[in-house]
Write a protein that binds this ligand. Structure first.
Ligand SMILES: [Zn+2]
Length: 351
């Protein structure tokens, strides 16, 4: 997510505003297929129902080798996975299976269950040594979630298991596929939940979860803007502004319920009530269900605020309260801070 240079982002934003987002999607996919390092970025995915045709073209272009197919059971559902034939990468079939299982388990650790009974996952080969990016949709005709993920030929077991991309995409299945005005909400949820789920699976340390928030959340704040996040095309505001919404919502819920409930209870209620990628729910419907679970209006009013106006948060003060102290490329977590127990409940394994 953070590998793309600022200049490239500016160019993308300009193109986006000029051409409209769907055209940009086509461009991003084309370049990814060509394996251009220019597009060696995982953040170039925007959930949308309009991309399946493009993916079909991508499959023809990048996967002429016959695919392997496997079914992987997960709690609450099954993954129907295809990947290129053997020998295209050093990672073994077992490595891919573990990557798929761990990614799904990370989602299950946050939501209690995988959100959809049936999900089709197509793995495509691309250049590079990492998981490049993924895209999530819902296939109404076949009643299944779809995730396309582009994996570099030089990946190995470690780079697969260190990658956040597939977990991020799976989190998108837990919430309605939203319109462009609300992309920030869906991306914020995926950005916030993915590392927590992976930390609970032992794939990340809790320090790394907080370090990434310390480094990432400032991208969601822009003191020069008065506009809210509605319809934003700024990747920093979309991903990290949305993640900031989630962190604030989590803290508000935990404060209001004396740590009995957290954002995960609210989001679980949405997904388990049917407000997942299969639904046509609006964000308002989903967040109303979330607030009913919490017992008071927290998410819906906060969402409306983030939609309509720039929100400023004193992050330094927030880190002090949470006991998150950044130092160089690391963080130290203090156990004597006012909200240190709340902080550890956020990342801790649910009992
Ligand atoms: Zn996403």
């Amino acid at each position: 997510m953070m590998r793309m240079g600022v200049a490239v982002i500016k160019v993308l934003q300009a193109i986006l505003q000029y051409m409209g987002r769907r055209r940009l999607m086509a461009i991003s996919i084309s370049l990814a297929i060509l394996g251009s390092p220019f597009f060696d970025l995982s953040m170039s995915e925007f959930s949308s129902r309009h991309r399946i045709a493009l993916h079909t073209q991508a499959a023809v272009a990048s996967n002429s080798v016959s695919a392997l197919r496997m079914k992987i059971p997960v709690k609450g559902g099954e993954l129907d996975v295809s990947l290129p034939g053997k020998g295209w990468t050093d990672a073994t079939l077992a490595d891919f299976q573990d990557w798929l299982r761990f990614s799904a388990a990370a989602v299950v650790s946050y939501y209690g269950s995988f959100p959809l009974r049936n999900t089709r996952i197509r793995i495509f080969q691309s250049n590079g040594d990492t998981v490049e990016y993924g895209e999530t949709n819902y296939d109404d005709e076949n009643e299944r979630g779809t995730i396309d993920v582009y994996v570099g030929r030089r990946v190995n077991r470690a780079t697969l298991l260190n990658s956040w991309t597939l977990t991020h995409e799976m989190v998108h299945l837990t919430f309605p596929i939203v319109d462009e005005d609300d992309v920030w909400l869906a991306e914020g949820i995926a950005t916030y939940v993915e590392p927590i789920g992976r930390a609970r699976q032992g794939l990340l340390s809790k320090e790394k979860v907080w370090l990434d928030l310390v480094e990432g959340l400032p991208n969601g704040l822009n003191p020069r803007l008065r506009r809210g996040l509605k319809g934003s095309s700024d990747w920093g505001r979309i991903y990290w502004g949305g993640a900031l919404f989630c962190l604030l919502a989590d803290l508000k819920i935990r404060s209001a319920t004396k740590n009995k409930l957290g954002l995960e209870d609210a989001l679980r209620a949405v997904s388990s009530s049917g407000g997942n990628a299969a639904s046509d729910w609006t964000p308002e419907q989903a967040l109303a269900v979330a607030d009913r679970r919490v017992g008071q209006p927290i998410l819906l009013p906060l969402y409306k605020r983030f939609q309509s106006q720039a929100v400023w948060v004193d992050l330094d003060e927030l880190w002090r309260l949470l006991g998150v102290h950044a130092r160089a490329d690391d963080v130290f977590l203090s156990d004597s801070a006012p909200l240190s127990s709340t902080r550890d409940l956020i990342t801790g394994v649910r009992q």
